[in-house]
Design a protein around this ligand. Structure first.
Ligand code: SAM
Ligand code: SF4
Length: 336
């Protein structure tokens, strides 16, 4: 093995890459309107990395100094046998890896919470945009709110720390946000609000639902006492403490605030394309590398290329109705 396989991942702007988001599948059991169309075309299975390939690539990242891996998708829990990968990576916790976590829609969490906890997962992000069953069904195009709430309860019972991620959508869940914050904090969960991002063609016009978080924040400030929190997770979320609920609330504002300066992450799609930036087109093909005659050498070389091409910042902007999305790929491809 060449020494290059162990040197840390540092991009051209001096940022150390220590966080990998690894998409296990583009498939999902929900169809959130801002994420994918009802008739989503999913990838042929042969194009998707096998779990063994994903494992090998993940180990290469750990060897290069990645300490945190988040499994995502699509919906990671719908990938058959994904728990085997969780167990395999879990064995590296304390041995290079500091944290293994996942982002899930929660529908299958009741089935997997105990296994995830046993494999070493300590925290999960659960995406939940509303507590209202009708709104949930309208948003996710599936009547699955009860399953999600059961999943969240099971995860808590298994000892997992939960953070709720809520996409703020004008005219959809806007009115529900204060009640959701109260509910989340009442259950002891952190919560983060996310601005809708212009990724992938979806059926509706996303501009109609774009809700800048500075407006949401002003509304919450009129209601509650928000004080900036020093809490950081190494991600783009900026937190406040809410005095009245006693909980923590994060804001991810890709469109109204630049979150790129401290970027420490890269994203691997289910097909093994490594995107250097969520909002950019720069990519390297780790599937070709891992399927080559010299997988370890080729992956190491591809990681060097990724560091060289990682852009300084993203260039998102919400387009007007009728215009193409800023990026044609869906969030379910890069994994959010
Ligand atoms: N299926 C899992 C879930 O929903 O948590 C993991 C993948 S999902 C793509 C990851 C996150 O991306 C979710 O919190 C979802 O709400 C968010 N998301 C999807 N499309 C988005 C968009 N266009 N803008 C902002 N967030 C988006
Ligand atoms: Fe599925 Fe997550 Fe996209 Fe919703 S946001 S459709 S749960 S991948």
């Amino acid at each position: 093995m060449s020494t290059g396989q162990h040197k840390p991942l540092v991009d051209g702007f001096g940022r150390h890459i220590t966080y990998l988001r690894l998409s296990l599948t583009d498939r999902c059991d929900l169809r959130c309107t801002y994420c994918m169309p009802e008739r989503m075309t999913f990838l042929p299975r042969a194009e998707v990395l096998t779990l063994e390939e994903a494992h090998r690539i993940a180990l290469a990242f750990i060897d290069r100094g990645v300490t945190k891996i988040r499994l995502t998708g699509g919906e990671p829990l719908v990938r058959r046998d994904m728990i085997d990968l969780v167990r395999a990576l879990g064995r590296r916790i304390g041995d290079g890896l500091e944290e293994l976590t996942l982002t899930t829609n929660g529908t299958q969490l009741a089935d997997f919470a105990d296994d995830l906890a046993a494999a070493g997962v300590r925290r999960v992000n659960v995406s939940l945009d509303t507590l209202d069953r009708t709104t949930f069904e309208r948003l996710a195009r599936r009547d699955r709110l009860d399953a999600v709430l059961q999943g969240i309860a099971a995860a808590r019972d298994a000892g997992l720390k939960i953070k709720l991620n809520t996409v703020a959508l004008k005219g959809v869940n806007e009115q529900d946000i204060p009640a959701m914050v109260e509910w989340a904090h009442g259950q002891g969960h952190d919560m983060t609000l996310i601005e809708v991002m212009p990724l992938g063609e979806v059926d509706g016009e996303r501009i109609d639902h774009y809700l800048p978080l500075d407006a949401v924040r002003r509304d919450l400030e009129a209601r509650w006492t928000l004080t900036p929190s020093g809490h950081r997770t190494g991600g783009p979320s900026r937190y406040v403490n809410v005095a009245e609920t006693g909980g923590r609330l994060g804001f991810i504002t890709p469109l109204t605030g630049n979150f790129c300066d401290g970027c420490n992450r890269v994203r691997l799609t289910a097909t093994g394309q490594l995107y250097a930036c969520l909002g950019g087109r720069e990519q390297v093909d780790l599937r070709a590398a891992v399927r080559s005659a010299d997988p370890d050498g080729a992956v190491a070389q591809a990681l060097d290329t990724a560091m060289a091409i990682k852009p300084e910042r993203h260039h998102f902007a919400i387009r007007k109705a009728g215009e193409a999305p800023a990026l044609a790929r869906h969030m379910s491809v890069t994994g959010g």
